[in-house]
Design a binder for this molecule. Structure first.
Ligand code: GUN
Length: 288
């Protein structure tokens, strides 16, 4: 069974659109997401375009601010400070990665926690690891939604996550733990990686290497979630971290690239933006 993140995201976006359409009546306006893109990285441009498109579908107001690679850290921090103070802005997302001369951690920490729709702010990360209410990072949240929509049992299963990034590997491992899976986090220095991954009943791959996971690394009947977005060095086409053609026959459930995790990430960003908006409206008695 191939889980279509694209279809699931579409149905969730339609539901959200219906909800957002009622907001002007209740709150006087719709949620407003500001996306900041620094530089010209083609991958980042395509992500940011996808976020703008999804916002339009859901009825969320989207402002995309583009700045050249040469922007200074202070200028970027100033921009964030202005957006933090702007009552008409509900969510702020800085597309990563940032150029090397900018301290990414400093920029993430500069965003007000209440407007951190990515769930990357240190206070949101701390809240996640303490099981407190927080904004969940979009990709891990989307992965759990996909597993549940496919009827996959997570509780008590052996899950292996390949990759330990702050954006995907670590938070998805935590969410799987919270769903009562037994979780192993493997990475580039893991010894006998194939032996470890073959044990996985649920395998989440977020290592960023084209077709890294081959059939011999996957156990019969495993659930395989591919987070990778790479260019196939041979064909130049988009491909995941999993060799889909080789692994699909062994997997009970698998995601594709494109059309798998990616659309769910963007869908969860829309959901997070709505949550930040509603929290703000709730705390201000609806007067925004
Ligand atoms: N770059 C790759 N994935 C992401 C993401 O989820 N959020 C942001 N801000 N940048 C990214």
């Amino acid at each position: 069974m191939v889980i279509s993140g694209k279809e699931l995201a579409l149905s969730l976006k339609m539901k959200m659109a219906g909800e957002v359409a009622t907001f002007p009546r209740w709150y006087g306006r719709v949620p407003h997401l500001v996306v900041i893109l620094v530089g010209e990285d083609p991958g980042s441009i395509s992500y940011v375009t996808g976020k703008a498109k999804a916002s339009a579908e859901v009825g969320i107001r989207n402002t995309t601010i583009r700045r050249p690679e040469s922007i200074g850290e202070a200028e970027l921090l100033d921009m964030i400070a202005r957006l933090n103070a702007d009552n008409d802005v509900d969510g702020i997302l800085v597309q990563l990665p940032l150029p090397k001369h900018i301290d990414e951690a400093k920029v993430i920490a500069a965003i007000r926690q209440e407007k951190d729709v990515d769930g990357f702010h240190p206070l949101n990360v701390a809240a996640l690891w303490q099981k407190q209410p927080c904004t969940l990072p979009c990709t891990p949240k989307g992965i759990i939604k996909m597993l549940k929509s496919a009827g996959v049992t997570i509780e008590g299963r052996r899950a292996v996550v390949i990759g330990r990034s702050n954006i995907v590997g670590l938070p998805v491992a935590k969410l799987l733990l919270d769903e009562n899976a037994t979780v192993t986090v493997a990475h580039s220095r893991t010894k006998n990686l194939a032996e470890v991954t073959r044990q996985a009943e649920i395998l989440v791959v977020a290592i960023g290497r084209p077709k890294f996971v081959t059939a011999d690394m996957v156990g019969e009947g495993a659930v395989v979630i591919d987070v990778g977005v790479n260019r196939d060095p041979e064909t130049g086409k988009l491909c995941g971290d999993v060799d889909f053609a080789a692994v699909e026959p062994k997997a009970s459930v698998i995601t594709k690239v494109p059309g798998g995790v990616g659309p769910m990430t963007i869908c969860c960003l829309m959901e997070n933006t709505i949550e930040c908006f509603l929290r703000k409206m709730g705390s201000r008695g609806g007067n925004g």
